[in-house]
Write a protein that binds this ligand. Structure first.
Ligand SMILES: [Zn+2]
Length: 330
């Protein structure tokens, strides 16, 4: 980076991990990077920032302002590809890696570089890793590979030797509290501190512990979302309106869980990872537009406000179902 005093703010806020943040801000020019750490340690956030830096057209990258940065923000940049384990498979198939190897040599469509973010890289079998190695050994100048893994030892030494390796760092109590407070505002600070300490400073596992405290409410919210995804108002009503599900406290906590599921779907729409994201949130992000998700979030927000007043939870639940169904055009 030039000696300009203007520093880049990362496109997606990355907590802690100063060395990695500096690397991204300095352009992150390595052609192959491994981001290693548990789920919810910031690996995807770092990867998307690196991708933005690679395609950004600004002077200080990632600038966050240029068309390329804006496209990365909504996950729509044609030169940035997220490579995931297919729904019906347990690993990224070798065929997919061979495809990438072929595509990587084709010039980028609009940016200076093209980026492949390969998640769950530990699932790559030896032959897939060897296929990847061929392009890592002699990568075209415009290609960038970012491997995300929870298990560094699953990658071949030959692959690792071609990559710059970053191990995600645990967060300090203050950094962890700031992030957990945003992701799980319904919990109290003491519970967050205990969960963070028990999770050794990693936010993903800490969040899972906090969510575990409200397992039943979370399950109800998931049932409701599944009904929504299947376009079944009947299932939505079944999820919400059994008497034991509409006790006042439980109903309010369920709405909190629902808000979190929608927030996670929206984060994913924006290309950010929420630690421990539910499959249902992934599905909402895959099937629904940002506009619809925002509309649903507003409906749930309004329902949360109403739940503070002395309204019969059953009546409130019926009204919520009707509004959600309306937004989904059921
Ligand atoms: Zn930019």
């Amino acid at each position: 980076m030039s000696s300009t005093s203007k520093r880049s703010d990362l496109l997606f806020p990355l907590s802690g991990n100063r060395r990695l943040a500096e690397y991204i801000r300095s352009g992150g020019d390595g052609q192959a990077v491994v981001l290693c750490g548990p789920a919810g340690s910031g690996r995807h956030t770092a990867a998307w920032n690196l991708a933005a830096a690679a395609v950004c057209a600004g002077a200080v990258r990632p600038c966050g302002q240029c068309p390329a940065c804006r496209k990365v923000r909504v996950g729509e940049h044609q030169d940035v590809q997220l490579v995931s384990v297919p729904e019906d498979k347990s690993a990224i198939p070798v065929e997919r890696i061979r495809e990438i190897r072929g595509e990587a040599y084709i010039r980028p469509g609009e940016a200076e570089n093209k980026v492949y973010i390969i998640e769950s890289a530990e699932t790559l079998q030896v032959h897939a890793q060897n296929a990847l190695l061929k392009v890592l050994e002699e990568p075209p100048a415009h290609a960038r590979f970012i491997l995300i893994t929870g298990q560094e030892s699953a990658l071949l030494p030959t692959v690792l030797s071609r990559c710059r390796i970053f191990r995600m760092e645990p967060l300090s109590p203050a950094e962890g509290e700031a992030l957990l407070g945003r992701l799980h505002p319904a919990s109290d600070p003491e519970a967050r501190a205990i969960a963070l300490a028990a999770a050794e400073g990693y936010v993903g596992p800490a969040l899972a512990r906090l969510t575990d405290d409200r397992r039943k409410e979370h399950a109800i919210a998931l049932d409701l979302v599944r009904g929504m995804l299947r376009h079944s108002e009947r299932e939505m009503l079944a999820a919400l309106t059994l008497p034991e599900k509409t006790q006042r406290d439980r109903y309010a906590a369920m709405l909190d869980c629902l808000t979190e599921l929608l927030a996670a779907a929206l984060e994913r729409k924006y290309g950010r990872e929420t630690p421990g994201i539910a499959e249902e949130s992934r599905q909402m992000a895959a099937e629904w537009s940002i506009a619809l998700l925002l509309r649903l979030r507003d409906i749930v927000e309004a329902a949360r406000d109403r739940a503070k007043f002395n309204i019969q939870p059953l009546t409130a639940a019926l009204a919520l179902c009707a509004e959600l169904a309306g937004a989904l055009s059921l």
